[in-house]
Design a protein around this ligand. Structure first.
Ligand SMILES: [Zn+2]
Length: 98
């Protein structure tokens, strides 16, 4: 469990939500919780953690700022620490509720 030890508790929540898929993104809210009518984001794709962190065109500018080099989803979710901190920074800046 050492991958969380140096991050702030609020950042740990974001990371856990991204990792588990138990989050407030549309895919989970629609398919599991039935709280929103559609799993899709306005871009037309399933709004999952992977989509937001890796592919969504709505967030590409922010991703390019935070990760100037292409970074694997595995690194964004599980480290190294620098990438975990970037992921924790990305979440609030994206304007999404994770
Ligand atoms: Zn999208």
């Amino acid at each position: 469990m050492s991958f969380l030890y140096e991050t702030h508790p609020r950042e740990q929540v974001v990371l856990l939500r991204f990792r588990t898929g138990h989050n407030r993104l549309n895919h989970h809210m629609a398919t599991k919780l039935k709280l929103v009518p559609s799993p899709l984001y306005p871009c037309g794709k399933n709004q999952t953690a992977e989509h937001i962190l890796q592919a969504c065109p709505y967030h590409s500018a922010l991703r390019d700022t935070i990760w100037p080099e292409e970074t694997a989803l595995q690194n964004k979710l599980y480290g190294p620490r620098e990438d975990l901190e970037r992921t924790a920074r990305f979440a609030p800046q994206s304007g999404l509720t994770i």
